[in-house]
Design a protein around this ligand. Sequence first.
Ligand code: SAH
Length: 414
Amino acid sequence: MTELILEAGKERSLFRRHPWLFDSAVHRVKGRARAGDTVTILAHDGRVLGKGAYSPHSRIRCRVWSFDADSIIDDAFFKRRVATAVARRQALPELAGQEGLRLIHAESDGLPGVIADQYGDTVVLQLTSAGAEKWRQALVGALVQATGCARIYERSDSEVRKLEGLTAATGWLYGEAPAFAGGEISIMENGVRLGVDYAGGHKTGFYLDQRDNRARLAGLTAGKSVLNCFCYTGGFSLQALRGGAASVLSIDSSAPALDRARANLALNPNLPAERAEWLEADVFQALRDLRQAGRGFDLIVLDPPKFAPSAAHAQRAARAYKDINLLGFRLLNPGGLLMTYSCSGGVGLELFQKIVAGAALDACRDAHIVARLSGAADHPVALNFPEGEYLKGLLVQVSGDCQVTGDRCQGAVV
Ligand code: SAH
C-alpha cells in the first residue's frame, strides 16, 4: 500500500477529522500512487492516521475516506457510506415524501467529491474528485441498492474537475433514459410541480438546497408584488404564486432557464399564470432600469450565482453583493421584505451580513433581520467540515417610515 507521509505537525487537522490534506502538508509519498489511488496517511513520526484518495493534480492532494487506520477502502466501504447517507435523510421527518432530495452531500456525508441528487426514481450523480472518479462503479451499485432507483445519470461536468485533471463525463450509468415524452423528469416540491433538466440544467439540474426557503416564501406573498432576481427555472416564482402573490416579475439572464420556468408554470394549471412576468436580462442592469422606471415591490428575492467560489474572490464578490442588495433596498416599498442569499463559500455569514447592512445604509433604509436562512436538511453540514456551509440568507424587513435621516443621506440619490 502506498504511504503518504505528512510534514511534522500537519496531522493536527486530521485529529479534528477535517478531510482535506493540502500539498503543503505532504512530506512525501512512499510508493507509486496514481490519481484516485487509496493511500495510507501517516504522521511524520509514523503513526497511521487513516486512508484517503490521492489527487496529484490538485492543491488538495489527498481527501480522507476514513480516519480509522484499519479501515479497508473497497466496494463494501462505499456501500456502507452510501447506505448511511440515505438513512440519514430517511430519519428526518421534514424530508419525508420529497421527490427531489440530495442523497449524498460530499464531504459532509463522508464521501468527498461525491454528489447524488434524487429526482423521483432517477438519481443524478456528480463526481468532482479523482478519488470519487475511481469508485464510480462501486458508488453506482451502492446507490441502486440503497434507493432501489430505476436509473442513474452522470453529470460530472463541473468546472472543478479541471483542478483534479479530470475531463467531463456525462451519460447513463444505470438503467435507461426515461420513457416519457422528451426524456423529461419532474418533481413535486411543496405543492408545485417542477421539471428538471438533469442533462442540460445547472448542477444536477435543480437547486434542491433552496427547497425550504422557497416554501417559506409562499407564506409571505399573499397580495404582494414580488420581484424574483436570478430566478433560474422559477422555483421561487411558482411558490410566490402559490402563496397568493398579486404579481411576480422574474429575471434571469439565461434563455433556456426562462423557457424551463415558463414550462414549469404550465405544469401547474392551478397557479394564476397571468400574474407572472418573465424577463431575460442582466439583473445588475435590470434593477437600475426598474428604479429608473419608478417601480417598487413589496418583496424581493435575490439568489445570485456563486460570486466567490473561494476566499480569494471575496473582495470582488463583496462589491457585487453590495451592488444588488443596494439596488434591491431602493426598489422595496415601505415595510417590504428582502430575501437575500449568498452561496459563495468564500463569503461567510458575518461578512454577508455586513455587506447587506452596508447596502441598507447606503440606500438610506432602516432595516431589521427577521430570519436567518440556510440550506435544507438534505444538505447537512458536518461539524468537522465547516466549508460545507456555503448557503446563507437573510430575510430583512425595511421600516414602514423607512427613510433614514441625517447627514449621510442628505441629498443621496435614493
Ligand atoms: N433561485 C434559483 C436558483 C438561482 S441560480 C432556484 O431556486 O432555483 C442563479 C441563476 O442566476 C442562474 O439561473 C443564472 O442563469 C442566473 N444568472 C447569473 N448571472 C446573472 C446575471 N448577471 N443576471 C441575471 N441572471 C443571472
